[in-house]
Design a protein around this ligand. Structure first.
Ligand SMILES: [Zn+2]
Ligand SMILES: [Zn+2]
Length: 224
């Protein structure tokens, strides 16, 4: 899972998170995590699918849905976008307009699991956590008319997804996108935190804001 933190469980649910050693210095990195999946916000400006910048963008010519700032970001996203692109390329203009960031996030969760099951991208222990099961498949199916997804999934899954999605912000707290962070989602929140969640590009970083002795629960303040 993660070397610097461990979790306690009640009834099979992971509920609290502790550091394996003390953090003495404010600003120490307790843990960090790349998003399991992420999507840029649908605002006035388009943003790069991978790094969320709004400069030098080019649209994917096949699907006309996603933008990239260059080859590096396009390459980093290719494993997943290859499948997403095939799906979106088949949609007519109206259906393409229904692809809100939340719908795209769910499509990406589904596709990422598919790639992991096919062993095209590696799984980690946390990837199998229940959070990642949070697919609101009926909505995806409704919009994409995509028979591959079963309609059995319920609103409970949607609320799980909504609760565990984090807004990815820049250093001035301007929202850039939304991401799922299965490990970081486990950390409890409070207005009296001993840690803070900040974003460094697409990486979510939890830093100590005070001395945290070994065995003390990490409680986070989240911006965004
Ligand atoms: Zn980029
Ligand atoms: Zn595409």
């Amino acid at each position: 899972m993660n070397d610097s933190i461990y979790y306690s469980q009640i009834g099979g649910d992971i509920c609290t998170c502790y550091p394996v050693h003390s953090f003495n210095i404010t600003g120490d990195v307790i843990t960090s995590e790349e998003p399991y999946v992420s999507v840029p916000n649908k605002a006035l400006d388009s943003r790069c699918e991978w790094c969320f910048t709004s400069s030098n963008l080019k649209k994917c010519s096949a699907c006309q849905v996603v933008w990239y700032c260059g080859r590096t970001c396009q390459k980093s996203d290719w494993n997943l976008h290859r499948l997403e692109c095939q799906l979106y390329s088949k949609l007519d203009k109206d259906r393409r307009k229904s692809l809100t960031p939340s719908v795209r996030l769910m499509v990406k969760v589904y596709l990422r699991r598919k790639l992991q099951n096919a062993k095209i991208i590696p799984s980690t222990v946390t990837d199998n956590h229940n959070l990642v099961e949070a697919l609101m498949a009926n909505l995806v199916n409704l919009i994409l008319q995509w028979p591959e997804i079963s309609i059995k999934e319920t609103a409970e899954n949607f609320s799980k997804l909504a609760c565990n999605a984090h807004t990815i912000c820049d250093s001035e707290l301007i929202p850039l996108g939304t991401g799922l962070f299965p490990v970081i989602s486990i950390i409890n929140h409070s207005c009296l935190p001993n840690a803070v969640l900040v974003f460094e590009g697409r990486l979510a970083v939890v830093r100590a804001v005070q001395h945290i002795p070994k065995g003390t629960e990490v409680i986070c303040r989240v911006f965004g």
